[in-house]
Design a binder for this molecule. Structure first.
Ligand code: ZN
Length: 310
């Protein structure tokens, strides 16, 4: 069955070990897959998520030891937000003070309590406290108490010149609908998405263009149930919006197409299948270094150049 919403968010980071410490220990996400950048196997590709690595909970990083910092600008994701139970915001504000995480005071957006913070690379993140989600299963294996743990994505906000054409693609191709406006922000929601159902478009005409680097989001992936659903989205994109997606690429854990949306943000459409259980059991997710078949023969050379994570 087709469920819409965000599948994963992929960002660029500095040193891998620092990235793992922040997302695994400080935020308490599960490292669900440790693999390499398929286009450059000398660098990691780290996937964090919930216990099962469900679509809509997956934040992935390409960590580069010496990455230059990015500069936020138009044509880029401004902020990536996670959902936590409403009562957990106080716990997190306290935890951020205790652990020295850069953060702002909680604020209200669209009636929701939002706690903005940054990762060690300056990536803009937020926790959004939501009612009625305390029963969603948390990953409590990392030391954050279950009642406060991150449940998955809330959504992303994109900084773009003009919300119109991007909004049309969210609505017509990706299964979202416009649900609210607040100043220069337009909120889109994917009905029925358990996680990652929100995309906020912030129209910021005249702002400087983005420069990608450490702390920048590289792309946002949206969900397609399977190859047929993905092909149908690709057809609508071409026929109704004149945008051609790439050929499908096999990412081992999902199959993907990519396109640059009119606001210049890189979008991906990723299949829910086969998922992260394809090469590890639920208990051992994220423990081994997983390589795509074409790199297996070079495993020992690849392992020798990858930085230590522990
Ligand atoms: Zn991706």
């Amino acid at each position: 069955m087709q469920i819409n919403g965000i599948h994963h968010v992929t960002a660029i980071a500095g040193p891998a070990r620092r990235n793992l410490d922040f997302y695994g220990r400080v935020l308490g996400l599960r490292l669900v897959k440790k693999t390499v950048n398929f286009d450059d196997p000398s660098t990691y590709h780290l996937y964090y998520g919930d216990e099962a690595g469900s679509p809509g909970t997956i934040l992935t990083f390409f960590p580069w030891e010496h990455a230059a910092s990015g500069r936020l600008g138009v044509g880029e994701t401004q902020e990536t937000a996670f959902r936590v139970p409403e009562g957990a915001i106080g716990y997190w504000a306290h935890r951020f003070v205790e652990l020295g995480v850069v953060h702002d005071a909680p604020e209200k957006r669209f009636g929701e309590t939002v706690l903005p913070f940054r990762d060690p690379d300056g990536m803009r993140l937020a926790l959004v406290g939501l009612p009625g989600i305390a029963g969603e299963p948390p990953w409590a294996g990392a030391g954050v108490p279950a009642e406060h743990a991150i449940r998955g994505f809330h959504g992303v906000s994109l900084l773009i010149d003009d919300a119109g054409p991007t909004g049309a693609i969210l609505s017509d191709v990706l299964g979202f609908a416009e649900v609210a406006r607040d100043g220069s922000l337009t909120r889109f929601r994917a009905e029925g998405a358990p996680f990652g159902g929100i995309v906020d478009l912030r129209a910021a005409g005249g702002f400087l263009p983005a420069r990608q680097g450490a702390g920048s989001v590289h792309h946002i992936a949206f969900r397609a149930a399977d190859d047929a659903a993905q092909a149908q989205m690709v057809r609508r994109l071409a026929e109704n919006h004149g945008i051609r997606a790439t050929e499908q690429r096999d990412r081992n854990y999902f199959r993907s197409v990519y396109f640059r949306e009119p606001g210049k943000v890189l979008f991906e459409i990723a299949t829910d299948a086969p998922g992260f259980g394809i090469d590890e059991t639920p208990e051992t997710l994220g423990q081994g270094l997983k390589l795509p078949p074409r790199y297996e023969a070079r495993r020992s050379q690849i392992e020798a150049v990858l930085p230590e994570l522990n």
